[in-house]
Design a protein around this ligand. Structure first.
Ligand code: KG4
Ligand code: ZN
Length: 332
């Protein structure tokens, strides 16, 4: 039996999961300090909180799975990319525990884990498939040809999709992270406002022009009739969400068409967005796609997705040595 403990600590959530023969037995996620009052994740606070959370989270993951630490065959951990001070807590913990139990370590790339989160539950994609990974730190279209073989077709040249939501929310006076709230408000509004569309070749994305366009729009409207944002918040949110989703879908549809791939997945925190989920479902009907949208608990950062990569690497004997270090800018 391959029983693996997985640890994720790349940003602000501490998470641990247990996977047995490819089946997730537990996936514990501790939402951290309230970063809201700071308008974003404060790296130093995140790091300190991981130190407090890591042991109880790991213990709970083992308890829920009904596993003793002596049953573990390997420990998988997020090596990067992410905040260095956060990664170092998970990496050091994984190394110490692996050393103490005399079992191998498996390093996992956080972005690769988002892409493979579709193998946690059925239905699972077949190869090749395209994955649109959209989170607070990343926006990528990835072509996946095997479990551990993937190419980045396109990426953002400035802000990530989640940042576009969060920064726009800040302009509108919404607390961090604004993505989920824009989603909620958008459901009650009409997308009646249009903003600047980026003109970027290929499969790359850009969101900074949109952000500026929204900033100027609301600033001018507020000047002319004070209280404009407050009175029209739902419509503005619906318009913002539609603009971001349109930018994402344009490139995804183009990539699917040019690569001639009909297996389409989305992953990362922004894949929880109901507008994006709906757009992918509509495109699936129009373009005859098979689509893969993760369960909500596997959209945002979680150790379950680290565990599934750990499982495939374990099968191939891809282990890391004890001198491994975290890598904030790890490439896929
Ligand atoms: O993957 P994730 O949990 O962490 C990173 O690796 O960044 O993604 C967090 C991002 C945040 O920007 C948050 O605003 C966004 O995902 N997000 C959403 C929604 N839920 C989370 N954005 C739009 N709509 C949502 N429902
Ligand atoms: Zn992530």
């Amino acid at each position: 039996m391959s029983t693996i403990l997985a640890i994720e600590s790349s940003c602000d959530d501490t998470s641990a999961a247990v996977i047995v023969d490819g089946v997730i037995k537990s996936n514990i996620i501790t939402a951290q300090v309230d970063h809201r009052k700071y308008g974003g994740v404060v790296p130093e606070l995140a790091s300190r909180k991981h130190q407090v959370n890591i042991l109880p989270v790991v213990q709970e993951a083992l308890t829920v799975a009904g596993i003793s630490k002596n049953d573990l065959k390997a420990i998988a951990f997020t090596r990067g990319p992410g905040l260095l001070g956060s990664l170092v807590v998970g990496v050091s913990f994984a190394k110490s525990l692996a050393l103490g139990l005399d079992i191998p370590l498996i390093e996992v790339n956080h972005l690769q884990a988002h892409v493979l989160s579709h193998f946690i539950d059925a239905p699972k994609p077949s190869f090749p498939y395209l994955c649109l990974t959209v989170s607070g730190g990343h926006t990528q279209i990835v072509k996946v040809t095997d479990f551990l073989e993937m190419d980045i077709l396109g990426t953002t040249i400035d802000d990530a999709a989640g940042e576009a939501f969060d920064k726009t929310g800040k302009i509108l006076g919404l607390p961090y992270p604004a993505g989920p709230q824009i989603d909620k408000l958008a459901a009650q509004g009409t997308p009646q406002y249009t903003f600047a569309k980026p003109q970027i070749d290929g499969y790359d994305f850009s969101f900074s022009g949109l952000k500026t366009s929204i900033l100027y729009f609301v600033r001018d409207q507020e000047k002319e009739n004070p209280g404009f944002i407050k009175r029209n918040l739902s419509d503005i949110c619906a318009s913002v969400q539609k603009s971001i989703v349109d930018i994402l879908m344009d490139k995804l549809i183009k990539a699917a068409y040019q690569e001639d791939i009909q297996q389409i997945a989305i992953a990362g925190g922004v894949s929880a967005n109901s507008g994006l989920r709906r757009a992918v479902q509509e495109a699936a009907v129009e373009h005859d796609w098979d689509i893969f949208i993760p369960d909500f608990q596997y959209c945002t950062d979680n150790a379950g997705m680290i565990a599934i990569v750990g499982h495939y690497k374990y099968q191939q004997g891809l282990f890391s040595s004890q001198d491994i270090t975290p890598a904030a800018r790890l490439k896929m």
